[in-house]
Ligand binder design. Sequence first.
Ligand code: NAP
Length: 299
Amino acid sequence: MRVDIQGKTRVLGIIGWPVAHSLSPLMQNAACIELGLDYVYVPFPVAPGDLPKAVEGLRALGVAGFNVTIPHKEAIIGLLDELSEEARLIGAVNTVKRDGDRLIGHNTDITGLIKSLQDDLGFDVKGSRVVLLGAGGAARAALVGLCQSGAASVTVANRTPAKGECLVAGFRSVFTGVNLALCTLDILKGDRCLKDVDLLINTTAVGLNGTNFTDLDLAPMAPAARVYDMVYNPALTPLLVEARKHSLRSANGAGMLAAQGEAAFTIWTGCKPPNGLMKSRLLAALDGQDMLDNGVYSK
Ligand code: NAP
């Protein structure tokens, strides 16, 4: 427990609803303490209707920066003074930095995903063929990150096809060098197209609360193909169990969560957090709980 907060201590935090499950305070405070930086990171529960007041309050209080999680990632955009290129492309903000009187929105989910793919799967996105399950906010971040990192093709499979079409249509003119395509979730039922996929990423909430895709069969995937599940609680989701069954290298989203936190920390403080510290704290905390209450994802 921190007992060294003084008059000059700078405040960082996270806004979301709910926010009590957030593991970010644990990760961020560990890095501040380890580096001897005089910051403290606190959770701020902000109900959806209170977002404008909360952002004005954070401005007035001189908070140095904060993370943004569900349900505010998109709604906060109109309340900020500037957006990074990534945040603008994704249309969502997960990190805000105060710069003088200005609040600048960033999105570190891209950095988080690409770093985790490298660190946890040894996967180089350049030239790869990827299938993305889902078309929500996490899928947008993944699609932008994969395209920026030189993927050859990204195929989106979403439960509601119209949302998948909308996602792909919105980026075709932005990433002209990437083959952006659509398929259905039936691809997971042992479809032969899976043999040409280098990486399968789940960006949906399936896997939380014991949920699963129906008739999951990854047998056609090539032995060198990888499987990544953004869900990290439980650590071994049904998709990852299926990947293991076929000896496919796989990882859950804990590495992404830690890496997006590392990137946010650097944006705020200008310092790199100690190597592996955030991830080890996160994994230790996740080890102690089987499932976030109600399966709610919270940064
Ligand atoms: P979102 O914007 O609400 O999108 C949810 C997506 O999941 C949609 O594509 C939705 O399909 C799909 N979906 C939900 N239930 C489904 C079901 N039963 N069967 C098939 N598809 C289903 O949420 P999000 O922000 O993208 O987050 C999605 C997941 O990614 C969450 O589990 C979150 O925890 C995880 N995530 C992890 C990290 C990390 O750092 N590891 C970061 C971001 C997100 P429809 O369009 O058909 O509704």
